[in-house]
Design a protein around this ligand. Sequence first.
Ligand code: FAD
Length: 472
Amino acid sequence: NPIHSPRLRLWDDTSMAASMISRHVAVIGAGAAGLVAARELHREGHRVVVFERESRVGGTWVYTPGTEADPLGTDPGRAVVHSSLYKSLRTNLPREVMGFGDYPFLARADGSGDPRRYPGHEEVLAYLEDFAREFGLEEMVRFEKETVGVGMVEEGGKWKVKWRMRNGGGGGGGGGGGNGRREEDVFDAVVVCNGHYTEPRIAEIPGIDLWPGKQMHSHNYRTPEPFQDLVVVLIGSAASAVDISRDIAKVAKEVHVASRSYEDKTLGIQPDYKNLWLHPMIEKAHEDGKVTFLDGGSVGADIVLHCTGYKYHFPFLETNGIVSVDDNRVGPLYKHVFPPLLAPRLSFLGLPWKVVPFPQFEYQSKWIASALSGRIALPSEEEMMADVEDFYSELEAAGIPKRYTHNLANSQFEYNDWLAGQTGSRPSEEWRKKMYSDSSRKRRAGPETYRDEGEDETLVSQAHEDFAKHPS
Ligand code: FAD
């Protein structure tokens, strides 16, 4: 098998010897990750082509009222809608924290747009569009070209990227569409930035097959109106579960949130609501329409709404199992980015979750770009593999399930600083760390109010002083 040949994963001798080699690199996806990857690769002197299946940049932040035909989003043949944004969504991070390190997410000086510190989703899309314009990134993007295959070429260690026109045959925004025109191009390297909030993860509920109600996943939630006067059981406790339960409670008869993680004292009717309850997880769904919870409570419900997160999904990867997804662990990956056997030619950007995404994408992108140019050397394949194995053993010893492999809730800044150290970049700013932890605390304490609470003026001014010192 050519992929297993060590000869193929090495650069040829001339390129190994030289520094700052310019590679021909394919980036898959023009969301925030793909955009900053394109910028950093270009800055490092690489020639970049970004494949984007939609007709504009922004990825997740391109809101669409359209949803998928299968409300649970589990039919593999369904026409895929990429974004999971709901209409009322405001960011769950303050804008100062959220923006790229050298291109701050500032309110517009002329007062246009949405100047709030936790703005609506339109403002984030406008920011990403500005970012793309500022750095001439759109010129690198091939729009409406969906990558359908990424695999190694037999000889020379290059990568073949197969793609098809998305909408040519009337696909109209659906992943199953396209007129079938397929082509392929060869690259030195591929950076995968396809996002991981599109492929729903569904809670397993005993008895659900015979339960007469409807089910859907938050991926297909847009507005509360369809829930008017219904009894809704919503599963989940992450940011979108908190937002959506409150959105729906405005119109639904009753909203019952079933959660795995809660403090006993928070169960029951929620403060300031007459129709919103918190319960332990669902025990069973019954043929008569009842849903019972693990504490013995029960409700007759019309709909179960799964706000249970997403799965990593790379339907285009043809790496003969060298990289795979196992219980939502993408692996083996050195520092969540490089498969040791295929590094640096194949890389994954933006896999960690419970992080501040944009600045982390930027750190990862700089690392990938420098490894590809030869400006920095990665450890040997064996060393990277040993590091990955140690990491997996640590997770196992700590009783952390595989599906939490990329959860960096407790280590994101340490991880960013490690990445920064690899490329000689600035580590995470102290104000960003503090503002992040303050906002997380405020969110937990007041999920309805944290976005509009008073600002910590000292931190905000530290952020602005820093922005002024480090222009892009
Ligand atoms: P995406 O934005 O998903 O971009 C991936 C791109 O790849 C898309 O444009 C897609 O069309 C393209 N693509 C996919 N497959 C292919 C293919 N086969 N061929 C070609 N192109 C392809 N982050 C924050 O910082 N603050 C927030 O407040 C926040 N709130 C969020 C709320 C929700 C509901 C969700 C789902 C996410 C939220 N996030 C938030 C996280 C958000 O996902 C990141 O901010 C960021 O947008 C992820 O960028 P990405 O480029 O990795 O992925």
